[in-house]
Design a protein around this ligand. Structure first.
Ligand code: 13P
Length: 257
């Protein structure tokens, strides 16, 4: 973390879990376990149908609500899609784009991820842009070049003012939901490379202002070590974000200096 130049962000990704009825009890338990002093932004990205409930309940605990996906289109005949305007309308402040599960199961391309990020920025929502390599790519030592490529593709046409409102999440696919976390050094190495790509594109001042998160089996036990790294500014947390006590402990882990 480097709090001098950028925000620390702890974001949960509930994926396709939970129900509306569970949101308020979750927040109540989270609040009871949350550290009193907090020096980070806390976000929960829920399924779209739970965003309103999260906005309402989250106020009580300074938790912002986020979506998990958005349409690249503004409006119209796109059955099943949710626009950036609709996310604004229900009070979402953040939205994940390019999660590896969407890239894999919904065949989302880098250019689609870029269009979605731009749709969010045009409506003032912070895109949490996910990138990360597969195990095969890591084993072939393609991690750096692939992640750099993904970052460049996701940011195409995004200007210097907008980059400061973006969050990048490095999520190695092999670490997601597997209990196999990247070591702090592995995660730092890639997050640092992501910052250097941003530096080349937008200059040093912009690069040091962008929050870069790590995601992939981050939990209450390993969070502090990952967050101690200079280029890891927070986490994007799946499984552990469904457990209020664990999620609160990850927020508490940001208290270190
Ligand atoms: P896990 O924390 O369950 O590994 O999920 C990470 C993730 O995909 C967050 O977007």
């Amino acid at each position: 973390m480097n709090r001098k130049y950028r925000k620390t962000v702890i974001a949960g990704n509930w994926k396709m879990n939970q129900l509306n009825s569970g949101v308020k009890p979750f927040i109540e338990e989270l609040k009871a376990n949350m550290p009193k002093a907090r020096n980070c932004d806390v976000v929960l990205c829920t399924p779209a149908v739970m965003i309103q409930a999260m906005v309402r309940a989250g106020k009580d605990c300074r938790v912002a609500a986020g979506g998990q996906d958005v349409s690249k289109f503004e409006k119209g005949a796109y059955t099943g899609e949710i626009s950036a305007d609709m996310l604004v309308d229900v009070g979402a402040k953040y939205c994940i784009v390019g999660h590896s599960e969407r890239r894999e199961y919904h065949h989302e391309s880098d250019s689609l991820v870029n269009e979605k990020a731009k749709a969010l920025l045009s409506r003032g929502i912070v895109p949490i842009i996910c990138v990360g390599e597969s195990l095969e790519q890591r084993e072939k030592e393609l991690t750096m070049s692939y992640v750099a490529y993904q970052v460049r593709a996701a940011l195409a046409g995004i200007d210097a003012a907008q980059i400061r409102r973006c969050i990048i999440a490095y999520e190695p696919i092999w670490a997601i939901g597997t209990g196999r976390t990247a070591t702090a050094e592995q995660a730092q190495e890639v997050c640092s490379e992501i910052r250097s790509v941003i530096r080349k594109l937008y200059g040093a001042r912009s690069a040091r202002a962008v929050s870069i998160l790590y995601g992939g089996s981050m939990n209450a036990k390993n969070a502090a070590e990952l967050l101690a790294m200079p280029d890891i500014d927070g986490g994007l947390i799946g499984g552990a974000s469904l457990k209020p006590v664990d999620f609160a402990a990850i927020v508490a882990a940001t208290a270190q200096e």
